[in-house]
Design a protein around this ligand. Sequence first.
Ligand code: ATP
Ligand code: MG
Length: 580
Amino acid sequence: MSLRMSSLFLRTLRDDPADAEVPSHKLLVRAGYVRRVAPGIYSWLPLGKMVLENVAKVVREEMNRMGGQEVLFPALLPREYYEPTGRWTEYGDTLFRLQDRKGVDYLLGPTHEELFTDMVKGEYSSYKDYPVVLYQIQTKYRDEARPRAGILRGREFLMKDSYSFDLDDDGLKHSYERHRDAYIRIFDRLGIDYKIVFAQSGAMGGSASEEFLAPTPTGEDTFVACRSCGYAANAEAVVTPAPAAVSGETPAQRVMDTPGTPTIDSLVSYVNEHHGLSITAADTLKNVVVKVSTPGSDKTETLIIGVPGDREVDFKRLEASLAPGEPAIFEAADFANHPGLVRGYIGPQILRELGIRYLVDPRVVTGTSWVTGANEPGKHAANVVAGRDFTPDGTIEAAEVRAGDACPRCGSELSIDRGIEIGHIFQLGRKYADAAGLDALGPDGKPIRITMGSYGVGVSRAVAVIAEQAHDPLGLVWPREVAPADVHIVGTGKDNQIEAALELGAELESRGLRVLVDDRAQVSPGVKFKDAELLGLPTIVVVGRGLSQGVVELRDRVSGEKSEIPLAEAADRIMAATRA
Ligand code: ATP
Ligand code: MG
């Protein structure tokens, strides 16, 4: 039976929810698809549940097509599985931990590598068993630091996670490529505009990990793209091309009085005016202090990051570089505990002495000369040379990436955009197989260590991403594949219009369409049209005043095109419209 607005469990809202900032969040709440229970925790109402199921169906079909076999794991998991891999602690505050009545530790699964590995180990033993791809569509739990934008970043969310198990590296590459192809099909079918970007620096072979990002201004991920060579990468994975070391004589360090210059801008104008220099911010070396904690340990390390003064430290890049270490801002109280660090005037010249680790941007190569802090209030130093006046403990990718930066592959200019991660494919290698001792018995009787891949799709997040990309000022505009129904029939007027609308609905349904009929008696046509636009079904049919002349109106929600069609042809014409 078709859905009827008169009895459908749905109340649309006229106003945006107060806590919503992004369009998808506003619209999914206003249109009655989801309701908030707590930060990052949402319930799905009937229409929302249908969209979620439709997305899951596409994912399931494509995973089955590529040879994946569906399983289902519990979300409630004992700690012991996550101990050998270190993730019980490494996951830090993001892991939901709890205890049962006996005081035994449990967690709510944030991702299931350990469990899949263990399952395969339990069932398979011979090389003849491999390869295998297993997946599930299951609820995940992460105590996100910043749950956000409704279902976009939830603390409970639906994910498709799959895992490939292969005997060798070529097998893994093949499984990875098959997943990549499946993801392309999935996101194409879902009507999502996306970009595939490197998620990891080239160190691991370039294609070891890629993300599918949906470009949207509200996205939390930043990615770069090169129009010349096609390189695209998450900003977290961008490798800064290091210039060649500089040789030649630089005059000795010169300490300068620079009162009241704690910022780079104030420093640059002061030294240019008072010390006869002509430098820009890029000639200064900015030293940013952070404290880094390691999940599971009480110790924090004080770390200083040196970047050219015209760039900020990008905290997400810093976090990615230090993971699983977690950097935090160095507060006034921390400075009080480190009298050697003069806030606003820190230079790397004394860090060895202070025993503080110093990591620099790759542009800070041996022989480069900088204006930087002199470790005394109101003083800076010029001609501070890397390799002569200080020696970094290493380099770090932490400086912000900017539009116009050189492409690490071809040197052309990079563009920069924001996006939302909808999928992630990852060649894990043997980390989890090592932890679990997952081997296959080879043809020669010797054990072969299995190599794995892990692959995720944010199923609930995809609903939000589609809404984010497919809406207009009036409401949602679902792609047909995920829409809660194909046709929204609006019956208006007092006479037999509603009856006719229900009849047309029944006819379309008998021909295989999914139909929603607005059969509400006491609701004005204006409200019904508004609701139809807000709910976003791809085809709207109005059975109204025209009925007395034997016509109904067909509206395309995407193009906004309207046409009058004879009632007698309506079913055929609507069928044709929904197949277009
Ligand atoms: P993010 O960088 O956005 O936190 P992640 O790198 O932690 O994501 P993965 O561990 O790769 O994500 O998870 C696989 C997929 O699950 C992601 O590509 C994303 O689509 C989805 N996902 C991850 N975290 C969330 C969340 N908090 N809410 C909804 N979907 C999520
Ligand atoms: Mg990821």
